[in-house]
Write a protein of this length. Structure first.
Length: 93
């Protein structure tokens, strides 16, 4: 299960799974189990803005910190995504 980074953001790892690449670019946020149970899910737009598809157990402050981090790093995250998926950024679909 690929992690975008080997460190936590607001106490959570950002990652995706093999089945994730069937969808558009997104990131899950989970503490240590790296499973979708309790994890948040962020779809990422072409400008780095995110749409929270699932908030999981994250509090508002954690969601905000992760969204800000993704906005600042989405281009390098997208490069990792593109190595495994032909699906691009979120466009509302």
């Amino acid at each position: 299960m690929p992690k975008y980074y080997n460190f936590k953001i607001a106490g959570y790892f950002l990652y995706f799974t093999a089945k994730c690449v069937l969808e558009c670019f997104h990131a899950h946020a989970s503490d240590r189990k790296l499973t979708e149970e309790g994890a948040a899910k962020f779809f990422v737009k072409e400008n780095g803005d995110t749409v929270v598809a699932k908030r999981g157990v994250l509090k508002d402050k954690e969601l905000s910190l992760i969204q800000s981090f993704i906005k600042d790093h989405y281009q390098e995250m997208y490069e990792m995504w593109r190595e495994r998926s032909v699906n691009g950024f979120y466009n509302g679909d």
